[in-house]
Design a protein around this ligand. Structure first.
Ligand code: CP
Length: 310
């Protein structure tokens, strides 16, 4: 069961058949987690480099765990202790790492397009772990896996993505993936945080979170990305919370069952209150668990190895 590409750079142009293969493989792989020793030899002899030029908790640890559970050899690269600090270029860094005979690179970078750039200077399989404001494909895949577990299918379901859509690579990949899988998507947030062209892209747009909650079956609530924003896109955190924050009162007022998601890290009390994040409607920690399974699936499928007989 091969994918149509040897890299995972984003979900743009990735066919529904590939997404389904990844989600089905992840579902099978997840059964490994319940074994006394949750580890298989599938990627023995394969070396994966985790090249994180930007901070990460969930994605970095999740990839590292996925690699270890598949018995790959893993190497972690950190900008602060590397020769990037001495002015080495990205291309030189990657070509030197490749010369050490590695097979796969997982990369996170603040600049959009870096994963694609790496495909032009190495023969390794490249997996995008988040590039600037562009895409975060494994996050969207784990979000879709978690929703599919709840619903059995994605087609015809309604997902509202709430908040800072403008600066969000999570939104970029979720919109692409969900639309490909036949779900409906609404983006909702302050006008200054919704990029132009969303309707042409196939998403519905609302500037009222209460309206989005009435429309949706699930809410994927985004973090306000202080580090990617110029100042002044909304008046204040207090006003953002009042207008768009997901509070218990709002959820109760909606008078319907809503699935609550967040890619993390959460700004509690800003985009979402603690009593919503920690409520029974929240599947936030299930998303995190599924992240390991999805990343194992992506690593296996791109490597061309098979878990079928393990
Ligand atoms: N969701 C996500 O990408 O989280 P991290 O930044 O902690 O990896």
């Amino acid at each position: 069961m091969a994918l149509s590409s040897s890299h995972l750079l984003g979900l743009e142009g990735v066919p529904a058949a590939d997404i389904t293969t990844i989600l089905n493989t992840a579902e099978n792989i997840k059964t490994i987690f319940d074994r006394p020793i949750p580890k298989v030899p599938t990627l023995r002899g394969i070396t994966v480099v985790n090249l994180f030029f930007e901070a990460s908790t969930r994605t970095r640890i999740s990839f590292e765990l996925a690699e270890k559970r598949l018995s790959a050899d893993t190497v972690n690269f950190s900008t602060s202790t590397s020769s990037v600090k001495k002015g080495e270029t990205l291309k030189d860094t990657v070509r030197n790492i490749e010369a050490m005979k590695i097979n796969m690179i997982v990369v996170r970078h603040s600049a959009a397009g870096v994963p694609y750039f790496l495909t032009q200077c190495t023969d390794a399989n490249i997996i995008n772990a988040g590039d600037g404001q562009h895409e975060h494909p494994t996050q969207a895949l784990l979000d879709m896996m978690t929703l599919r577990e709840k619903w059995g299918q994605l087609a015809g379901k309604k997902v509202a993505i709430i908040g800072d859509v403008m600066h969000s690579r999570v939104a970029g990949s979720n919109i692409r993936g969900l639309l490909t899988m036949g779900a409906e998507v609404m983006v909702c947030g302050p006008r200054t945080l919704i990029p132009p062209g969303m309707t042409e892209f196939g998403a519905n747009v609302s500037y009222s979170v209460d309206e989005a909650m009435q429309w949706a079956d699930a809410l994927n609530v985004l973090r306000i990305q202080h580090e990617r924003q110029e100042k002044g896109l909304f008046p204040s955190i207090r006003e953002y919370h009042a207008e768009f924050g997901i509070t218990r009162e709002r959820v109760e007022r909606a008078k319907k069952e809503l699935i609550i998601m967040h890619p993390g890290p959460i700004n509690r009390g800003v985009e979402m209150d603690s009593d919503v994040a920690d409520s029974d409607a929240s599947i936030i920690l299930e998303q995190v668990t599924n992240g390991v399974a999805v990343r194992m699936a992506v690593l296996v499928l791109l490597s061309g190895m098979d878990t079928a007989n393990e």
